[in-house]
Design a binder for this molecule. Sequence first.
Ligand code: SF4
Length: 783
Amino acid sequence: MVVKGNAYNLEIYKDNHTWQEGDFQVFRTTQWSAPGCHNGCGVLFYVKDGKVEKIEGDPQNGWNCGTLCMRCLDILESMYDENRLKYPMKRAYEDRGKNKWERITWDEAYDIIEEKVRYIQKNYGNESIIAEIGTGRNVWWQVPWGCFAGLQSPNQTGAFLSGDSCYSPRSSILALMSGEYLTSDMSQMLPDRYESNEWVVPQCITIWGCNPIMSNGDGYLGHWIVEAMKRGSELVMVDPRINWLSAKAKHWLRLRPGTDAALAMAILNVMIKEKLCDYDFIEKWTYGFEDIAKAVEDMSPARASEICWIPEQDIIDAARFMATAKPMAMHWGVAIDQQPSATPAGQALICIAAVTGQIDNPGGSLVTRSAYNISLFSQEGFEDNITDEQKEKRLGMHKYPMRGTGISAMAHTDVVLESIETDGASNDCEQYPIMMQWMQGCNPIANMAAEAPRVYDAICKVPFNVVVDVVMTPTAMACADLLLPAAMGSERDSIRAWWWPLRAISKITDYYEAHGDEQILLDLVNRLNPSAAPGTEVADWVNDLLANHSDADFDFDYLKEKVIVWPEWHYYKHEKGLLRWDGQPGFNTPTGKIELKVDWLEANGLSPVPFYEEPHESPYSTPELYKEYPLVLTTGARSYEYFHSEHRNLPTIRAFHPDPLVEVHSETCKDLGLEEGDWVWIENQRSRCRQRIKYNNGLDKRVVAAEHGWWFPESDPERLFNVFDSNINNLTTQCDIGKSGYGAAYKCLLCKIYKCTEENSVITPTAQVLDKGGFKYERKRLG
Ligand code: SF4
């Protein structure tokens, strides 16, 4: 496949799957983690003597069209980092936290796991085992399958990400309102990409709550937006921070973090009051328009202006442009999920796409599924491996019924945490303790676990822990009893289908005794429940998926040869009867329409229409707290260098971005006697951490933006690599989530900042947690 219009020399970049070039064997494949990522870009690995010597972006791969970001360009440093885990290792329970590991064989590791799992299953029940995953490292469909088929537990979960605040909230409300997933159209469904006659360049791209050129999140590449901009697209950017995209936007709405629902409702208010909606689409394809009109009636731009700290006229102008631009593509990100209002905010955004009629049209918001309908992303497909009785024991399903929609089949993270803390007394189903954690591709205390010191206590409380990772992490050092080395880059076979097209990942090289994540899980299932295993090799598993759980008519060998294959794409699927199970036109919802008003929510005690709820800790909801902590804190903005907590061990990457940064307006700094580069304590009523000031005068002066994911691999492993010192999740909280069970306040808290001095830095946060029993404050509980 040749990408039209690219300028690469096809004499050099051949069409083959592999070829010889001088001393190198060149392999065409897809790179996907580790290091972690949400994509799977086409690459050429140049291999000599069994070792990768060079990586290049594959110019013939229509997904990334030859581009790579710095994380992949530096993949060799990742793959051959001296700190990589090379062998399975075990450690005595009493040595947790100590760097006292003993090398063992894979068979010995599996023997230990099998013995422990069978003991726990017999004495406590399968559900007492939790399988935890993080984002990115190609484990999102593999671990759920391993959990259900191998451990035979219903409890697979995102590792302590409070409120499941990443994609699950959006996917859940999308499933309820549209029966499908939506993503913005940057021509990624079409092999000819930007040259395709079918694609229409969006006149407007609304980017809400994400910075795609840094994060490349959600199966989507940010530079596609740049390509669309080159072809004329203009942006509406909704972001509290100025960045490359917001600086170039036609309309930049700098909202107060956590007020997305109010802003989206005000935009709907303008569209409806000024009759700018697509009434033909509304009439034919939506349900509940009158209810939405009523729900947003009181959210005038003037009111939203006060709530969101955005000038009223800016809201009106942006709403008019979004409504009248044809087509308009909506791209939304994790900031929607990381607030207690995740569900109503997501609901309002979907309403904007629907009332403007920008659904499944070229250049609009596409209704998408995994390529060839391969059942990877929807973990429900793997649930056949557990009984209905076991499903009833999944933590959080009774308390939060919305979890049965979207990316479902997951135990609720906050309920899992409370279950560990209370030995099962707070379970929302039958009481049982948590006896084992299988942690694969996650590093919660360094990365996504809100209230990290609390989670540290919890993970250390569980009697038996297995961690699968590529390097020694703070989480592994804190709590692992068994540590299994995972393969990365060119060392694993797999596939990638989030969303479109389908891509092969080919194993080309080996690294000591590291195994691919898929192989480890397949081995686990073969040990524990062999009748559920589709074979013993990853190829067997992928072939089973392709043959029995997809529409594909080819096998893994074919896919590896082609690397990337594009199913036929259809726009306007709802008009053609291509969405519903009965083949009729419409959407996969009870009404067959996009449900602007969701009766299911009402039936389950939730609001059927969007509403605005003030962040739980804010200048307005907690004015007394605001006096003490007078800055709004948003956390977790992405950088070019890092994927969450990864890459801190890589010298080249670290040279670009050596320290944790908190962005502050220079005038705010001046008022506080601070300067750029100063180390400051960021503190709230729970705890504190330290980061360095970077000026960002695009921020509101009342808002600061702190990075997440920081640990220091160069420091003492027995101090957990000082993981708490700069950890912004010392300040976040568990168990203070949205009514739907989704969304926690990673993006909208309060804090103060002040300069680090020798006197106020005697006891570091890591010392406070490891030596002094942690920080003293009242921990929140689920209601
Ligand atoms: S988005 Fe970046 S890190 Fe991810 S696969 Fe592509 S080049 Fe690599």
